[in-house]
Design a protein around this ligand. Sequence first.
Ligand code: MN
Length: 243
Amino acid sequence: MKPLIGIPTRTIKDLDAFPSYGIRATFTRALELAGGAPVLIPLQLSEESLRAIFARVDGLFLAGGIDVHPREFGENVEPFCGEIDTDRDAAEMNLTRWALDQDTPVFGICRGIQSLNIAAGGSLYQDIAAQVPAALPHPHRKGNPYNLRAHAIEIARDSRLARALGATRLEVNSLHHQALKQIAPGFRVSARAPDGIVEGIEAAQKKFAVGVQFHPEWMLDDDARMLKLFQEFVAACDRGSAP
Ligand code: MN
């Protein structure tokens, strides 16, 4: 049986009081290509329902998206913070904390590395340009393809990320305006951009708790190493395999 990979969705505002929930298909495609069976998790569920879903999935995937409310890391909303989806925040914070508590594999991309870090007790820069003025440009520029290599990353040689990718230096895309500030207890930095911005974290004591700030799902078709990262995650979710 393929491992079930739960993915908290995002709010898509409709014209009436009831929104839709979805997630970009690049993520479900990557997870399925890697051998997983992705399952979308709606928002605004009761804790009982969310726990029932969590108990049945083999791994948790945290996708890209808009900003997490800064109250989740004890800060006020600064003027340079972006759009917020508090229903998504609530589901992701609960699910990620349960995953870390029970050592359910968790993999986060972009907003996902940020949610993972916050749920584990870390914090963010609410805007790189405003708060780290010496940083390279990290946000997406309108018109650029999403697989455009924007900057290099240096990957720690002894990290899970380096083993999965088979590389310690990579050119990656960059589609984010926020970045990790305080790294959560139990996590280490696995990759940085040349300006010091954190591009990867992982928890050494967990079966698989990994986040990346770049978007491997947009580079699958031009760099075979990117799929390996998803395959490592899905393999860790396979309860039938040896640890
Ligand atoms: Mn970047």
